[in-house]
Structures are given as C-alpha cells and as structure tokens.
Ligand binder design. Structure first.
Ligand code: GDP
Ligand code: MG
Length: 390
C-alpha cells in the first residue's frame, strides 16, 4: 500500500507564472530535478512532458489544465502549479492562483516583460498573492547588459503593482541548462529555491474555521466511488467527517483523504487533496461546487463588489461597460453568468475601478473579501472583490 503523507514541514502552495514560452514548464521540471538530487530530499523528478501532460495539451500545444507537482526543500514541502501561459487560460490561473502563498514570475532574459507577464502580475495582485520571486530565465543565452535591462524592467513592473520591486529577489537561471545537469545552472536553481524559502513567508492557515474546499475536478475510481479534487480553502477534514456538497444539494461522508496519491490522516487549509465521497454519483458533482462542513455556508446570488475593469493593454476591453452587462463571473472554481448594475455611475471605462451590484444566475457561497474574475468571450475583462453579500 502507498505510504502515508506525514506532515513534517510547513506546506506552501506556489506556482510559476509568466509569458508563454518564457520557460515556466522547463523551470518547473528543473526544480524537481535539482531537488531530487539533494541527499534525503524527498522529491521525485518530474520530467517536462509529465508536467505538460493532458492529452488535449499535446494536441494543441498549450497548457489547458493546471499541473501540480510536489517537492521538498530542507525547510518546506511545496505544491507547485505550473501556470498556463496563454491568455485564453487566465481563467485557470485565477482559479489556481487564488490559493497561492507565493509565485515565481518567469521572465525570459532574451525577451523581457511581455503582455502576459504584466497580465499575470496584475492578476496575482488581484487574487492576493503577496510575494513574487523573479526567475530571469534563459540567462544562458542572453548577454549581461541586456539581462540587466530586463531586470530593471521587471522590478519596475513589480513596483507598479505594489510588489516592492526594489527588494524582490531576482535570480538569473537557466531551466534548460539545469535540466542538462550543468553545475553553474543547477546552482542557480538552488539559489532560486533559497530565495523562495526565505522571501515567501509561511502563511497563517485558517485551520480553526469550518472546512471548505472548492471543487476543481471530479473523477471516478473504479470500485471506490466519486473523488473530488481541489485545495482546502479553510478548516480541516479527515476520514469520517460529514460534509455538504453545495451545488449538488447533497450531504455525505468523506471516506478517503489523499494528497499527491498518498493517504493522509487529516487535510488542512492550504493542502491540495483528493476526497473520496460516499455514495455520491459521479454526475451529481461538478467543478465549481463547494464541499463544506454542513450548514457552515449559505449560497447567495446578490452582492456588491469593487471591480477593476481591465484596460485593453491589460488584455481587457477597449470599450466601456454599461448597466445590464451580463458577463461570466469566475468565483472560486465556479463559472456563473451575472447581471451588472452600475448604479448612478452608469458607465465603467477600461482602466477604472468601480462599485457595482451583481445578481448571479445561481446561488454560490459568497462572503466579503472573496476575489473573482470577470470574463467575456474567452478574455478576462475585470477583477473584483466582494464587498457585501445581499
Ligand atoms: P512555457 O510556455 O513558459 O512553459 O515555456 P517552456 O518551458 O515550454 O519553454 C519554451 C521554450 O524555451 C522551449 O523551447 C524551451 O526549451 C526553451 N527554454 C526554456 N528554458 C530555457 C532556458 O533556460 N534557456 C534556453 N536557452 N531555452 C530555454
Ligand atoms: Mg508551459
């Protein structure tokens, strides 16, 4: 049988973000390779094509699903999400980034800051990622003067989004050369990991709050039943706990808890887990549903929010939004249509931050402070925070 996951170090969630082709997946693979070679490290190497792995991705050549890998440094256990790079998948990034304790911004030293670099920094800020470490990748192929300029450019970008670009660690790396085992560049990966270990603080987890997990995926394990996966937003859960599946309108018992394929006694806020649910039919549960302690949350559909309407330069609209606008709202893992009321303002221009009230097409668990993305025609056009549930 599989060995259980034993919690010996703080667990953190981090992820790579940045423009397509700047080397996020290569770097992710290189991190696992370098750590797998540390003595007593507890990390397994995950090759590039196992990170970029869903069958659809291979065909379309872009990352569609968020891929998770795990690794351990001397002081921490990390779950790492290799963020998709393409603008069409920003939605997935918003969902995954919502639980990131820190991010590695990958910027190619050859290309510098590109539109998706800026878009991801903006979204990271929006979903509450407070610490960003920069990997200036492809440093093997760039010249030093150009790389210096790119570093300044990235620091300016971070400062412009409130990240303290002067103090953020910027490490020059080569994911590709590190994967090939070149000692200069495996050393650079070590330096990057040290920067992550020291610059991203261990987060305070809401383990005392009632359990809540937004469902990311649903699968069936033959002979065992329906499994939901996702990251625990708050509280704890263990085998035998009663839970409610909001959206499915059902209550059940958790009969298994796993992380990265290993059983665990108790999952807590911040953990990426799979929960086996007793007697729940596969088609009753969907991405966007929420598993929670029974009675702890009441789904609602009306709320007020503060929303930043993204400018065209940020990948958003070039024309204003008016009352009666009905875009998609991405709240936790749910994707729901909503009608917007702008009140007296009546119009919201790209680049502005406005107050609005929203009526969703269906009830979802809502609370003040909850972040969300507004999408339209496959693009992210707004980023908001719930101010009041009505
Ligand atoms: P992603 O889209 O950000 O995940 O980028 P990938 O990891 O798929 O890399 C895109 C391309 O850049 C591939 O052809 C990689 O081999 C190449 N690449 C990635 N890292 C490096 C690096 O450190 N140096 C060089 N020279 N090329 C790299
Ligand atoms: Mg990739």
């Amino acid at each position: 049988s599989k060995t259980a996951y034993v919690r010996t170090k703080p667990h953190l969630n981090i992820g790579t973000m940045g423009h397509v082709d700047h080397g996020k997946t290569t770097l992710t693979a290189a991190i696992t390779k370098v750590l797998s070679e540390r003595a007593g490290g507890g990390t397994s190497y995950v090759a590039f094509d196992r990170i970029d792995r869903a069958p659809e991705e291979a065909r379309r050549g872009i990352t569609i699903d968020l891929s998770h890998v795990e690794y351990e440094t001397d002081t921490r256990h990390y779950a790492h999400v290799d963020m998709p790079g393409h603008a069409d998948y920003v939605k997935n990034m918003v969902t995954g980034a919502a639980q990131l304790d820190g991010a590695i911004l990958v910027v190619s030293a050859l290309d510098g800051v590109m539109p998706q670099t800026a878009e991801h920094v903006l979204l990271a800020r929006q979903v509450g990622v407070d610490h960003v470490v920069v990997a200036l990748n492809k440093a093997d192929a760039g010249d030093d003067e150009l790389t210096d300029l790119v570093e300044l450019e990235v620091r300016d970008l971070l400062t412009a989004h409130g990240y303290g670009g002067d103090t953020a660690p910027v490490v020059r790396v080569s994911g590709l050369r590190a994967l090939e085992g070149d000692p200069r560049w495996t050393g650079a990966i070590e330096a990057l990991l040290d920067a992550v270990d020291t610059y991203v603080p261990t987060p305070v987890r809401y383990t005392d709050a009632p359990f809540l997990l937004p469902v990311e995926n649903v699968l069936t394990i033959t002979g065992r039943g329906t499994v939901v996966t996702g990251a625990v937003e708050r509280g704890t859960v263990r085998v035998g706990d009663r839970v409610e599946v909001l959206g499915a309108g059902t209550e059940t018992v958790v009969t298994g808890v796993e992380t990265f394929g290993r059983p665990m006694e108790r999952a807590e806020a911040g953990d990426s887990v799979a929960l086996l649910l007793r007697g729940v039919p596969r088609d009753a549960v969907r991405r966007g549903h929420v598993v929670a302690r029974p009675g702890s949350v009441v789904p609602r559909r009306r709320f007020t929010a503060r929303v930043r309407v993204l400018s065209a330069r940020e990948g958003g609209r070039s024309t204003p939004v008016f009352g009666g606008y009905r875009p998609q709202f991405h709240i936790r893992t749910a994707d729901v249509v909503g009608a917007v009321d702008l009140g007296d303002a009546a119009v919201a221009r790209p680049g502005e931050t406005v107050e609005m009230s929203v009526e969703l097409g269906r009830d979802v668990p809502l609370e003040p402070g909850l972040g969300f993305a507004i999408r339209e025609g496959g693009r992210t056009v707004g980023a908001g925070t719930v101010t009041e549930v009505l």
